[in-house]
Write a protein of this length. Sequence first.
Length: 224
Amino acid sequence: MSAPEGLRHLVEARGQESWLSHRPAGGGAREAGVLLLFGRGTAPRTPAGLQERARLEPLGAGDLDILLLQRSTALRHHAGQVAFPGGGLEPGDADIVAAALREAQEETGLDPAGVEVVGALAPAHVPVSGFDVTPVVAWWRQESPVRAVDAGETARVARIPVADLTAPENRGRYRHPRGVVTTAFDPGVFQVWGFTAIVLDYVLDRLGWTTDWDTGRRIAIPPP
């Protein structure tokens, strides 16, 4: 199965997600969309990822990557945290997909014309921000350069190889100082936890790319 076909099957199975909160989306919360943009060509950066690539190649995922960004440490909210590109729905946006593409372009400079939107997963309510967040799944049909457009908001933009995310040695759990525990990834560029890690964990597992990993391993993440 090709990567775009796998993404379509993922979207067709929407509604099975187990997200951060059991609160149903809606009810007056502000809407936001994040872009889960998969592409090809970024080599693994970690030794574990290099080994993992061989396992993923028969699955068609050995050279796949996904676009992530790290927020500026100067921000008042979510400072230094890794996230998917995206943001809140604005009055001029046609829908949540348009919002995700607009925000991704503003944050990373990508050209939306080269992005093939596959569909959206069910929205998730994120209590810490009060947003109902819809993950928009997309395929990078024609790639364009990406960068941190505004250093005041984004510290770094990177394409993270799927192999570096699914490698068992790069996976674990993170305990936030407030006591919340989430799955976490340490793919060699920046560490991923919280809502972004929860979505990645679900998506990579549903696509059939994950393997067993030590759920007792702890990943330490320094404060921003």
